[in-house]
Design a protein around this ligand. Structure first.
Ligand code: 13P
Length: 265
């Protein structure tokens, strides 16, 4: 059984004082929603400056803190970078790797993602690897090929155990921040495809274990339908995660699945 994961990606937003208020509010809202954090993994992926505050607030609360990027080396002359050893030292549980915005604006390649994936696993940080096609690629019918190539490149040199422990987020670029969500059918079709590619690259058992998220204009109004699909195990939420109340409602995508109190029949 794959445990659902709902992850927030704040991107480059909020000031330190906002993050403290957000953390406290999220704890309260998850309580109010009656969410059982043993039934769903929750991660909040934030800019580096917010991590210290959130680690303190979330201490022993069962909410993970994640980075949105990292370098693959443990230390060295890489001005401005943050290393996996530093994240591990801080108790950071997750790291987003290969987000389309990093691929687009910071020229991140599949080969760089492979190095970062290796580094994350060696530091026991759970990586969330992002893949997804552009609008042009979808319109040209190249979406499956694009994602297959990304997966082959990003998992180059990664062992089966590590692959099975990697979260893969399918984020079609045309659905990010546009309000245009992929239909649940489109999202699930790609999630199943990703699982089949991973079965080819590794084996069926590893592929079955991989937690696959959908990301792109996820909100409280569309999460339930997405989570109902066979191969979608969670969501990577951008804009709608900036509001702790809405994010808590997204985490509570189905009270029967993540609720503390069983529904009385
Ligand atoms: P939005 O939810 O704002 O579309 O962003 C999705 C995303 O890029 C999450 O990583």
């Amino acid at each position: 059984m794959r445990k659902p994961l709902i992850a927030a990606n704040w991107k480059m937003n909020k000031l330190v004082e906002d993050s403290t208020a957000y953390g406290e509010e999220l704890i309260e809202r998850l309580k109010a929603e009656d969410v059982d954090l043993k039934k769903v993994d929750v991660a909040v992926c934030v800019p580096f400056i917010h991590m210290a505050a959130l680690k303190v607030i979330f201490l022993l609360r069962g909410i993970g803190v994640g980075a949105q990027n990292m370098h693959s080396a443990d230390s060295g002359a890489y001005t401005g970078e943050i290393s996996p050893a530093m994240l591990e030292d801080m108790g950071i549980e997750y790291v987003i790797i290969g987000h389309s915005e990093r691929r687009m604006y910071f020229a991140e390649t599949d080969a760089a993602c492979a190095e970062k994936l290796k580094a994350a696993h060696s530091h026991k940080i759970r990586p969330i690897l992002c893949v997804g096609e552009s609008l042009e690629q979808r319109e040209a019918g190249e979406h499956f090929d694009t994602v297959r190539k990304q997966l082959a490149g990003c998992f180059e040199g990664i062992g089966g155990k590590e692959a099975a422990g990697t979260v893969i987020a399918y984020e079609p670029v045309w659905a990010i921040g546009t309000g245009r969500t992929a239909t649940s059918g489109q999202a699930n079709e790609m999630a199943s495809f990703i699982r089949s590619v991973m079965a080819d690259l590794y084996d069926a058992e590893a592929a079955e274990q991989i937690v696959i998220l959908y990301g792109g204009s996820v909100k409280k109004s569309n999460i339930a339908e997405l989570m109902n699909m066979s191969d979608i195990d969670g969501a990577l939420v951008g804009g709608a995660s900036l509001d702790a109340g809405e994010f808590a409602q997204i985490v509570n995508f189905d009270p029967d699945v993540v609720g503390k109190t069983p529904k009385v029949q």
